[in-house]
Ligand binder design. Sequence first.
Ligand SMILES: [Zn+2]
Ligand SMILES: [Zn+2]
Length: 65
Amino acid sequence: MKKDDTLLLERTIKEVVHELGHTFGLIHCHVSNCVMRSSTYVEDIDQKTIHLCHRCRKTFEEGAE
Ligand SMILES: [Zn+2]
Ligand SMILES: [Zn+2]
């Protein structure tokens, strides 16, 4: 796989995880590497990871209403 394809795939996965987070009741997060951080530019997407931060994970596990 080319490097660009990997990057594109990574961005897509992050956006999917982010949207899924909303589906599970998570709101936007301000932690820079949290997947629930709102991203306006692709550069923002590249900064975050595909993972939830500690707080979002806790919310997710407790099940937000
Ligand atoms: Zn969002
Ligand atoms: Zn978070």
